[in-house]
Write a protein that binds this ligand. Structure first.
Ligand code: NDP
Length: 330
């Protein structure tokens, strides 16, 4: 019931932007709640502002913020309902706004579509057949990545990168990453080791995921099911908490070192930031993605079909994903 053919056929016969459909299929919710509020419906095509690009979505990915936002946690700063959820997208440019200079029809692109995830994020996100994206957020997809792989990256990799930048991680330093198997952690390990040149990366994971995080470049792994990481004798230059255990994380940072906590209650000197989507920041990673120094990690339960979004959210909410939950093809 998801008709991907309509657009292709019309484009072939008419050969211009006038061939774009007037409605599309997308997942929406018009009240806050759990996955049960999600509906799959016909929705209008997004409006394309002068500085925006219309993307035919090929793949999308989920992040914990999708679920938290849908629950109403950020309703005071959220955009108006109804929403199409989804921050991460990869797809093909089908139309460009009048001020757009960097992209043209046919370009394969990817992005986190909301510049600020909690503050007036896009009403129409990536879980629809078409989504509009500001040019400044968009990057050409590295040719060696599939759409599903590219969609798995933006929000999580931008978070990992911004965290390491804010922590001031430099070559030769040591880092502890709490929660190495998740979306952000699995990319932070690779960035710390292969891009920032950390001399030692230590991380936590549950028993079944120890080998997985080692394969990403972790030098030491603490099995959090059997060991308390806050009791290790070693101290680190940088600690990144992807779990919500800041009070424990501050115990293992060196004096003058940095603790960045992405979620949960803060404990000094731990600090929080909220990721900003930015095409230039994402583009900095292109050479590392092309060379394979940083690899997208798609959770093996996926990619989920476009029709299986409710199941994908259910899985997201278990908090057990390995790498990223991807929805493709769309
Ligand atoms: P994920 O859903 O991908 O994290 C799931 C992973 O966390 C699983 O692999 C799980 O492994 C691991 N995990 C769960 N509990 C523990 C634990 N006690 N110790 C070690 N690992 C654990 O989440 P993300 O990586 O996408 O995001 C992490 C958090 O950061 C979320 O709360 C998210 O909202 C937040 N975030 C904040 C941002 C910001 O801008 N401030 C930006 C992005 C994310 P296992 O199965 O082995 O337990």
């Amino acid at each position: 019931y998801i008709d991907n053919e309509i657009y292709t056929e019309e484009a072939e016969t008419q050969g211009s932007v006038t061939s774009l459909p007037t409605t599309q299929k997308g997942w929406t919710y018009s009240e806050y709640g759990s996955k049960d509020v999600l509906k799959f419906e016909d929705i209008p095509m997004p409006e394309v502002k002068p500085d925006e690009v219309l993307v035919k979505v090929q793949a999308a990915a989920l992040n914990p913020v999708d679920s938290k936002r849908m629950s109403g946690k950020f309703k005071n700063t959220d955009s108006e309902l109804p929403h199409v959820p989804g921050y991460d997208v990869a797809g093909v440019v089908v139309k460009v706004g009048s001020d757009v200079t960097k992209f043209k029809e046919g370009d394969e692109v990817y992005a986190d579509v909301s510049e600020a995830p909690l503050n007036n994020p896009r009403q129409v996100g990536s879980l629809a057949q078409f989504t509009a994206v500001e040019e400044k957020l968009l990057v050409i997809k590295p040719a060696n990545l599939s759409f599903a792989e590219a969609a798995s990256l933006p929000l999580a990799v931008l978070t990992a990168q911004e965290a390491l930048d804010r922590a001031g991680l430099t070559e030769g330093q040591t880092i502890f990453i709490n929660g190495g198997a998740g979306g952000v952690g699995s990319l932070a390990i690779q960035l710390a080791k292969n891009v920032y040149g950390a001399s030692q990366v230590t991380t936590t994971a549950s028993t079944g995921k120890l080998e997985f995080v080692k394969s990403l470049g972790a030098d030491k792994v603490i099995d959090y099911k059997n060991e308390k990481f806050e009791e290790v004798s070693e101290k680190y230059d940088v600690v990144l908490d992807c779990v919500g255990e800041c009070a424990k994380c501050v115990k293992i940072v060196k004096e003058g070192g940095a603790v960045i906590a992405l979620t949960g209650a803060l404990e000094p000197p731990g600090v929080r930031f909220v990721v900003t989507s930015n095409g230039e920041s994402l583009a900095r990673l292109t050479p590392y993605l092309e060379s394979g120094k940083v690899k997208p990690i798609i959770d093996p339960k996926g990619p989920f079909k476009f029709s299986e979004l409710v199941e994908a959210f259910e899985y997201l909410d278990t908090g057990r994903a390995t790498g990223k939950i991807v929805v493709a093809p769309i």
